[in-house]
Write a protein that binds this ligand. Structure first.
Ligand SMILES: [Fe+2]
Ligand SMILES: [Fe+2]
Length: 185
């Protein structure tokens, strides 16, 4: 699996968690059920897997090389689009985390709404973000990056994956994903 294939595989896993988040949001509306501990696990997955593992690799290796080697058009799509969306995702996840804490202290309808708004905003943003990367951004990079850059990205990505701590975190988060899927889907 090369770097782009790996990033696309991670997109699939992130989308699986978005399906769980979606179902948990429906549970709030349909059954008035909010499991704060499960939602905190979703927040942790988003932060550690979707953001640190996945967005981290995009930002440090592929996107960095695209901006450096391809200039203008890549700069526009990466810095003016993808990186802003990564930041927006971080904001929505913080909102969700805070809404969960507030709900735990005061299970009011306002706090319930704040959970749904943050979860829905994150889900909507990430689904569109992933689609853009799969359909345009990655293809653009693959097509135009010099071979030397692609090789370097490959080495960097493989080193990240092989790191013992990164591997343990990845395995742990994928196990949590599986458990939440079994419970919610
Ligand atoms: Fe991204
Ligand atoms: Fe991505």
């Amino acid at each position: 699996m090369n770097n782009i294939e790996l990033l696309k595989k991670e997109h699939e896993n992130i989308q699986r968690m978005l399906d769980v988040v979606h179902k948990a949001s429906l549970d709030v509306l349909q059954n008035d059920k909010i499991d704060v501990d499960d939602l905190k696990k979703m927040v942790a997955f988003i932060r550690r897997y979707a953001d640190k593992t996945h967005h981290g690799k995009e930002e440090k290796y592929l996107f960095k090389a695209m901006v450096k080697d391809l200039g203008g058009p890549a700069e526009k799509v990466i810095q003016g689009g993808m990186l802003i969306e990564h930041d927006l995702g971080r904001l929505y996840v913080s909102d969700l985390d805070e809404a969960l804490d507030s709900f735990k202290e005061d299970p009011s309808v306002e706090n319930k709404l704040a959970i749904l708004v943050a979860a829905g905003s994150y889900e909507h943003l990430l689904r569109r973000h992933i689609q853009k990367e799969n359909e345009t951004v990655f293809t653009f990079g693959e097509k135009h990056l010099p071979e030397k850059s692609m090789e370097r990205i490959e080495e960097q990505s493989q080193a990240f994956e092989a790191d013992v701590e990164n591997a343990a975190e990845r395995e742990y988060q994928l196990q949590v994903l599986k458990e939440l899927e079994e419970k919610y889907l």
